[in-house]
Design a protein around this ligand. Sequence first.
Ligand SMILES: *[C@@H]1O[C@H](CO)[C@@H](O)[C@H](O)[C@H]1NC(C)=O
Ligand SMILES: *[C@@H]1O[C@H](CO)[C@@H](O)[C@H](O)[C@H]1NC(C)=O
Ligand SMILES: *[C@@H]1O[C@H](CO)[C@@H](O)[C@H](O)[C@H]1NC(C)=O
Length: 168
Amino acid sequence: MKLLLLCLGLSLACAHVEGKPNVVKHNINMTKAAGVWYSVLFASDDREQIEENGSLRVFVQTLQVLDNSSLYYQLHIMMDDGYNTVKVVETNYDEYIMYHLHNVNDERNFQLMELYGRDKDLSQDIKDRFVRYCRQHGVPEENILDLTTVDRCLETRDAKETQGEEET
Ligand SMILES: *[C@@H]1O[C@H](CO)[C@@H](O)[C@H](O)[C@H]1NC(C)=O
Ligand SMILES: *[C@@H]1O[C@H](CO)[C@@H](O)[C@H](O)[C@H]1NC(C)=O
Ligand SMILES: *[C@@H]1O[C@H](CO)[C@@H](O)[C@H](O)[C@H]1NC(C)=O
């Protein structure tokens, strides 16, 4: 498994709350979104890519905001090439965050949605929001994987944390 670091330039702006209280969908303050997250749900319009040994199984470890306002993701990812754009869909900072990734490569394009939790699992309510978002973007429910039931490399991760290689 390869460790790949993705950086995404992003400007910080004021938070704007819309819909459900505390849910931020626009001008997300990435400083508040930084820190440790766990992958909870995972969806793609190309299900093979996210199944076991698929080329796009991504397990987030930490998210940091660098001094230059770039985002720094530390991810476990099995993917060799292609160009990715990552967008934060919504978050409430202290429970969950949703990402929408578009991958463009030589063979085909596909999209990937991810739901991360500050804890290892999330409430059904939040999972349902994610399922709705995926459906609205053409990803059916059967293409959504629950990562709380599979090996998320947490052992590797915990071992690393013990060694003090991670920062918050
Ligand atoms: C921000 O800094 C990081 C680490 O030094 C660098 O990799 C990244 O390219 C920089 N981002 C921009 C937009 O300059
Ligand atoms: C973003 O959040 C950080 C940490 O809570 C805070 O210091 C900063 O003022 C916020 N930025 C904006 C633009 O609200
Ligand atoms: C994934 O790869 C591992 C190691 O090569 C193998 O043991 C496992 O059976 C594979 N799983 C699937 C679903 O192909």
